[in-house]
Design a protein around this ligand. Structure first.
Ligand code: DAH
Length: 343
């Protein structure tokens, strides 16, 4: 073996060792590398084996070179072993679990914005001492129309507006039907709200959807009037928006209330100065309300000379759209996670 060859053999083995160390990730791999280089039949032993081919005068230098390499390999293997120290053997284990790491957050769902408004309303009306009634989405035409003074010829009864299951049963078009059921129960005085889905055969657009929610309120007592209605609605909307709002009525017609009113609140976003949300009017229209029509009271056997009532029925999506400034009702029902996660 000439000089060049022997130095090359040592250098090459060192290079190979260094390359292999880069691929070491755990103790098992480290052990295999150790055997390959330092083992009884390992690379370093076999280099020593080549000693016999080396000229006498070069043996010393060649041997020293191998010893240097051996020392280098041993130190390197030891430092790798150290880096896989305490805990690292556990990391090699597939089932290893480091309890000190921060946990993975599971994305848990949250309430739909419409449900959030429903919950807000529930809390507000419970604090005002109202009872909460459930409701039925399949109604008969008596409760949804007749008893509410909606005459046989009224356009809202049209099959183009209402989903009929049979000539006497429909998907309710308004929660006002529950006014009748509440009064039929015979318990007086009454102070109730009910909330739930209503259905109309509307083509959907930014403000209409065939399914939507309403909140209906009804108070029947011996001495109630429009001021009480105004007070309740003020409390309700002040609660929803978290700041004082004023209520304004504009005469309107609903067959089951007299007088009836379209109900507005002062715009909670601009303090009536005028903004894009209230279209520069300073007020926002929210729904219908009024004093229960004496004929409706009679329809359920309540004497209008003794009892009076007031009622209101508002769209919950409309309230939610205002509260969260959403400009398209369809967003509530598309189940787009990116949209829903904002609330
Ligand atoms: N039910 C009516 C509708 O869906 C809203 C309504 C108006 C309800 C006046 C009421 C009321 O209780 O008094 O359009």
């Amino acid at each position: 073996m000439d000089d060049v060859h022997k130095t090359n053999a040592i250098k090459e083995l060192k290079k190979e060792f260094e390359t292999l160390t880069e691929g070491i990730h755990n103790k098992d791999e480290l052990e295999r590398l150790k055997v390959k280089f330092l083992g009884r039949k390992g690379e370093i032993r076999s280099l020593f084996g080549k000693m016999k081919d080396v000229a006498i005068e070069q043996k010393k230098e060649f041997g020293a070179g191998i010893n240097d390499l051996k020392g280098f390999v041993e130190r390197r293997l030891q430092s790798l072993l150290d880096s896989f120290s305490v805990g690292s053997s556990e990391k090699d284990n597939k089932n290893y679990c480091d309890l000190t790491l921060p946990g993975i957050n599971f994305s848990i769902g949250h309430q739909h914005p419409v449900t959030q408004v429903i919950d807000d309303l529930l809390e507000i009306f419970r604090s005002l001492n109202f009872d909460v009634l459930g409701g039925m989405e399949i109604e008969d035409t008596f409760h949804n129309f007749d008893a509410l003074n909606i005459h046989k010829w009224h356009p809202s009864r049209n099959a183009q507006d209402t989903f009929y299951l049979d000539p006497e049963h429909i998907l309710r078009t308004q929660t006002s039907a529950m006014q009748i059921r509440a009064m039929e129960s015979g318990k007086l005085p009454l102070r109730i709200i009910t909330m739930g889905r209503c259905y109309r055969r509307d083509a959907s657009d930014a403000t209409h959807y065939p399914v939507f929610h309403q909140i209906e309120g009804l108070v029947v007592d011996k001495n109630v009037n429009f001021c009480d209605l105004s007070g309740i609605l003020t409390e309700m909307m002040t609660g929803v928006f978290g700041k004082r709002v004023e209520v304004r009525f504009q005469p309107s017609y609903f067959p089951f209330v007299e007088p009836g009113a379209e109900t507005f609140i002062s715009c909670p976003f601009c303090n009536q100065k005028g903004c894009s949300i209230c279209q520069n009017t300073g007020v926002i229209e929210l729904g219908g309300s009024g004093m229960v029509h004496p004929q409706v009271l009679r329809n359920v056997g309540i004497d209008p000379k003794v009892y009076r009532g007031f009622a209101f029925g508002w769209g919950i999506e409309r309230i939610a759209m205002l509260k969260y400034q959403i400009n398209d009702i369809r967003l509530f029902y598309e189940n787009n996670i990116n949209f829903l996660e904002q609330f």
